[in-house]
Write a protein that binds this ligand. Structure first.
Ligand code: ATP
Length: 625
């Protein structure tokens, strides 16, 4: 099946789109066994609730036939007794109903908590690659609004469908006891409607699937527009963005309207058949009663009640089925996330998204050895999914405590190499060994504790500077954090901040300058105390004073550790023990700065000349008009 255009690049599994409704429900329920726990008691309560409804027509029939018609005078004792009994049974029914609803809500809310947390955790297990290919807003919609539609159905619609079906069965049995010909007539009036409904439901189901996909795409666009609002304003493209948003909203509206059409038909059809059946029952019932004596007055009146008891669940059941379609579509999309295999799995025991439990560790899993870490890269190749190879058989050896600078033109493969080194993704072929162990054998606990990647734009979370530093080490004390700041030469800086370590950074660290955000990101990495640092040097320019502070902090962080720096400034390469030059996915030069800078026709030498010219402000050639 072709994926909808908005998600055509999605890596998240959507094979569920072709799965049958029952199969989806069964798999969804197996993920959340809380729903099934104690379900039998809820069902018993549902049976009592439903059976209780039959009391009214039966009492009416008994009072009319036994206490009014045929009796010389109204038998008040009999009538009062029958009403009292009915009232008692109804009170029991109401109590059962209250308990049933309480049990239902509790079970479904617990189950949904499980479903939501599983899907959310699994998103974190998906590689960065999957996360960035799937629009993040669409992923958010899968764990929020899609789970909500399942919630609405599970807490109400699901059991209602069972109750309604029971009501149809019980109403049919009592109708057949009173008059089997009228019972058959009632069914005959409804059969064509049911057949038509089944067809309409199919259409509604497929259209709901489109609605859910478009809602996901719309949320994706909304979140992208919010995150990129500064860029949108800077380039004055608010109009175009609004147009795109309007387009996404209109797509949702269009999809919703397409669902409404068959829904309206199905609703009207059931209303019509209801009236038609009641009319037929009255006409044929009167004929049966007057000409054949097969039906008493009480039975006919009770029958009219029974028809509404029969048609109401059919009608509501159809509405519930509509909701069920929506829920199943949502369920499929949530399961789609959970079914997507975590392509970078933890050899220390991957979390099974279906059970939420940690699996066994791989037999060959091995934590990193203590002490400084070296790196061996052997015939490393990588191609992004569906794309050409971007790293072509790299062989690199980095001894422990070496500072390596990776240099290369844009698109040469530097970031890709960094992601493979830190196992954000796995190579297509070849091996990366850290401390002599293949990275895919190192349990995440060990790998993430000892190897840290500092990206260009360190992400800061809403909270204080201290909160952000604790992402490096959750139990870091204030004293330890201040000591870390001192080691990095940042003590005067943090003391000058309005609230010191408690200074709030706001969402994404927006309350800090770009340079300050980098300082916090460096301090966070320092507090984590890794043995290998992969640092993507920031390209954003800061003022000279901040730059000096930043460089001092980087040096503090690198001291005594193996570091691989994606060097955007060649001064970093000048200071490094080893510079590696990448060009179109190949290591084309390697050595110390002094060895490379004068190589005739060398790429490093060319990049260095360009960098020096840029720094010293050599005028750029003017564009020719
Ligand atoms: N997520 C992705 N999906 C597909 N192709 C990608 C992806 N990321 C990078 N590439 C491609 O891989 C190649 C190497 O990219 P990479 O980001 O590693 O280069 P780089 O040297 O780090 O560039 P820069 O200095 O601009 O950051 C490029 O051709 C790029 O287009």
């Amino acid at each position: 099946m072709k994926a909808p255009a908005s998600e055509s690049s999605s890596l998240v599994t959507d094979r569920n789109a072709t799965e049958g409704t029952i199969a989806t429900i069964r798999r969804g329920l197996s993920l959340t066994p809380e729903v099934a726990r104690g379900l039998w008691l809820t069902l018993v309560l549902a049976v009592i609730t439903t059976a209780g409804k039959i009391v009214v027509p039966v009492t009416v029939q008994r009072i009319i036939d036994g206490g009014i018609v045929g009796a010389e005078a109204i038998d008040l004792g009999f009538v009062a007794g029958s009403l009292g009994l009915a009232a008692l049974i109804l009170a029991g029914t109401v109590t059962a109903n209250v308990f049933m609803n309480r049990r239902l809500f509790r079970a479904s809310e617990t189950a949904l908590r499980t479903l939501r947390t599983r899907a959310f955790r699994h998103i974190h297990d998906l590689s960065l690659l999957t996360q960035s290919t799937e629009k993040r807003g669409a992923l958010v919609s899968r764990v929020t609004s899609d789970v909500d539609t399942v919630s609405q159905f599970m807490s109400f619609g699901g059991i209602m469908l069972i109750v309604m079906s029971l009501q149809v069965v019980i109403a049919t049995v009592v109708m057949a006891i009173y008059s089997w010909p009228l019972a058959i007539l009632t069914w005959l009036c409804f059969v064509p409607v049911l057949l038509a409904m089944t067809k309409i439901q199919k259409r509604i189901r497929s259209r709901y699937q489109i609605v859910r996909t478009r809602v996901g795409a719309m949320l994706g666009s909304v979140s992208e527009a919010l995150v990129g609002s500064a860029t949108i304003r800077a380039y004055g493209v608010t109009g175009r963005t609004n147009q795109e948003m309007d387009g996404a909203v209109a797509e949702v509206r269009g999809a919703q309207l397409k669902v409404l059409r068959p829904q309206a038909v199905s609703f009207s059809l059931s209303e019509m058949s209801d009236g038609f059946t009641t009319g037929m029952v009255i006409v044929v019932g009167i004929w049966l009663g007057t000409s054949t004596d097969l039906l008493s007055v009480g039975q006919l009146v009770a029958f009219v009640f029974l028809v509404s008891l029969f048609s109401q669940p059919v009608r509501m059941g159809i509405e519930m089925l509509n909701e069920a379609q929506n829920a199943v579509a949502g369920w499929r999309r949530v399961l789609g996330v959970i079914d997507t295999p975590a392509d970078v799995s933890d050899p220390g025991g991957a979390i099974d998204p279906t059970t939420g439990e940690r699996g066994p560790a791989r037999p060959d899993a091995q934590p990193l050895p203590a002490g400084p870490l070296g790196i061996e890269i052997e015939d490393l190749r990588y191609a992004y999914p569906g794309g050409p190879e971007v790293l072509h058989g790299l062989n690199i050896s980095i001894p422990p405590r070496t500072h390596v600078a990776i240099v290369g033109e844009t698109g040469s493969g530097k970031t890709t190499l960094a992601k493979l080194l830190t196992r954000m993704m796995d190579p297509t072929s070849g091996a990366v060994r850290i401390g002599g162990i293949e990275v895919d054998r190192i349990p995440f606990d060990s790998l993430r504790g000892r190897v840290v990647m500092v990206p260009q734009e360190g992400f800061l979370f809403d909270g204080s500077i201290a909160d952000n530093l604790r992402y490096g080490r959750p139990d870091a004390t204030e004293l330890q954090m201040l000591a870390a700041m001192e080691d990095l030469g940042l003590l005067d800086w943090i003391e000058a901040m309005p609230l010191g370590l408690d200074t709030p950074v706001h969402q994404r660290g927006e309350a800090l300058s770009a340079g300050e955000r980098q300082l916090v990101a460096l301090a966070r990495a320092y507090i984590a105390d890794p043995d290998l640092i992969v640092l993507d040097e920031a390209t954003s320019a800061v003022d000279p004073a901040s730059d000096v502070r930043l460089q001092a902090a980087i040096e503090g962080l690198q001291r005594g550790r193996t570091t691989v720096t994606i060097a955007h400034r060649l001064s970093t390469a000048e200071r490094a023990d080893l510079a590696l030059v990448l060009d179109h996915g190949h290591v084309v030069e390697h050595g110390r700065h002094a060895d490379l800078v004068d190589l005739p026709d060398g790429i490093y030498a060319r990049l260095h000349r360009a960098w020096v010219a840029h720094r010293t402000g050599t005028p750029r050639p003017q564009p020719v008009h």
